[in-house]
Design a protein around this ligand. Sequence first.
Ligand code: GDP
Ligand code: MG
Length: 177
Amino acid sequence: MEDGEEGEEYLFKIVIIGDSAVGKSNLLSRYARNEFNINSKATIGVEFQTQSVDIDGKEVKAQIWDTAGQERFRAVTSAYYRGAVGALIVYDISRRTTFDSVSRWLQELSTHSDTTIARMLVGNKCDLDDIREVSVEDGKSLAEAEGLFFIETSALDSTNVQKAFEIVIGDIYNNIS
Ligand code: GDP
Ligand code: MG
């Protein structure tokens, strides 16, 4: 990427991965449009959303990709990962199995990426604290072991959603500037 002279633009591709129904599509719609959808079947449609962020007075465009449900069949293609410089790896804090899948998603990510990727481990649905199956400590220690950022979010009540994306975008920016 070029260095930041005036008028220059940055475009970062960021992918969202993780098991089915962890809230990937809702994290994106909350971040990009401030919308939440109760019905998970509403996922179909857009491949990505582009969000403009201002960093150091420069316009950074985050092109954030969402799966169209193909993760259900473990059929996320290499085209999905191609050119990604950031990733959110999402699990659902109320479903342990989705946390157990994180290492497989990390493996898949590293198989398909040829550059260093800014990676954020995201424990979503933190509003469901009363039926939590994954502790904050478990999330933190996995992130530490794998060298990932870590955050818990709720696409439902908006907790940390913006922050999760902005940390990733900021890290990508710092690494290239
Ligand atoms: P995806 O398959 O990973 O894209 O997951 P979706 O975004 O389609 O969400 C799956 C289901 O979880 C839907 O019924 C959502 O309404 C629900 N959901 C998503 N995020 C949250 C959240 O933060 N809290 C709660 N309680 N439910 C959520
Ligand atoms: Mg989805």
